[in-house]
Design a protein around this ligand. Structure first.
Ligand code: ZN
Length: 344
């Protein structure tokens, strides 16, 4: 099959397009998907560069997000037929531990992600557990379907479960252009919040307004935490979603109202911020981490995507053979929304 291999860690140029990779064989509980589209996530860039604590077998196939057709069923799989159009929850869990049994399977000690721990979706075929699949509506195209799962499930758990956003609250989403941000802006808006967002690009801020942002701040013109402080009448926002990390953590804390919540799904600029603990205890702040989502949350958010209430934002589509160019493009950070590979 056609696939993009990661033979060694490094820059985008290490990605190698091949046409003679053997197809995966689905296990008893798995289906083999014929991949139509796969989308990129920042996770893919991190795995490509090499995560010190992550052991992967090289050559590896990246890719967590997929939309495709059921091609073959494992021996124990029921409920699907060849030709069914589906997307997959990229979270792989044991199904047996206390967290899985309680329904909070993203806390599973054995939690793994498609394309991070096991071969992923930058390929013509991928094997995925049948219980991870959801059928997609007949009128939904492959590209937006593949753009949705990881970022929407991540943003949903962050805001709805962890931050428990309420109608009327002020929610600040840092960095308007990231995939998670374009999902989070829409989710916060749908929940009845006033949505603030930041960027250094006026073009991205215009796009952010089109998908629901109410207040936009260009941080090239003014420090964003100062702008947010003034725009909220020196109250601060109820919730900050910060995936930037070291570069923004301190200002994120300063932008919160007393009793506010900071939610963190990642740290693209580094994981070791300076923190003034006086801000945390005196202002009674909550700092909440979040990773991926459980199966219920995945189902909840994808239902809204399938209804058209939440819309995947696709910036650019590359053919599978140009995965290296797609990585280089995402790494530049100039996109607004998702970068997708068209496979079939
Ligand atoms: Zn488990």
């Amino acid at each position: 099959m056609k696939a993009v291999l990661l033979p060694r860690y490094g820059g985008p140029e290490v990605l190698e397009y091949v046409e003679d990779r053997p197809e995966p064989v689905p296990g008893p509980d798995e289906v083999l998907l014929h991949v139509h589209a796969a989308s990129l996530n920042h996770l893919d860039l991190a795995v490509r560069k090499g995560i010190p604590t992550l052991k992967v077998t090289l050559p590896h196939i990246l890719g967590a997000d997929v939309a495709g057709e059921v091609a073959q069923l494992g021996s124990d799989v029921t409920g699907f037929e060849p030709g069914d159009r589906v997307v997959a929850n990229p979270g792989l869990t044991c199904g047996r531990c206390e967290f899985c049994i309680a329904g909070d399977d993203s806390l599973c000690p054995d939690y793994r992600i498609l394309g991070e721990h096991v071969p992923g979706t930058y390929a013509e075929y991928v094997a995925v557990p049948a219980r991870n699949l959801l059928p997609i509506p007949v009128d939904m195209d492959w590209v937006p379907a593949a753009a949705a799962p990881l970022v929407f499930m991540t943003a949903w758990r962050l805001l709805v479960t962890r931050a428990a956003i309420r109608p009327g609250e002020d929610v600040l989403v840092l960095g308007a252009g990231s995939g998670v941000s374009t999902a989070a802006i829409q989710i916060a808006k749908l929940a009845g919040c006033t949505v603030y967002t930041t960027s250094s690009s006026d073009a991205k801020l215009r796009r952010a307004k089109e998908i629901g942002a109410d207040v936009v701040v260009n941080y090239k013109e003014m420090p964003w935490s100062k702008a947010v402080w003034e725009l909220t009448g020196k109250r601060g926002v109820d919730v900050v979603l910060d995936h930037v990390g070291e570069a923004t953590f301190k200002d994120s804390l300063r932008s919160l109202r007393k009793g506010g919540r900071l939610v963190i799904p990642g740290a693209t600029t580094g994981p070791m911020p300076q923190i003034d603990l006086r801000y945390v205890f005196w202002r009674q702040l909550s700092v909440l981490g979040s990773t991926m989502a459980n199966r219920r949350e995945f189902g909840e958010v994808m239902k809204l995507v399938f209804m058209g209430r939440l819309k995947p934002v696709v910036d650019r589509v590359f053919p599978l053979a140009e995965a290296a160019q797609a990585h280089a493009y995402l790494e530049k950070g100039e996109q607004f929304g998702k970068v997708v590979l068209r496979v079939a």
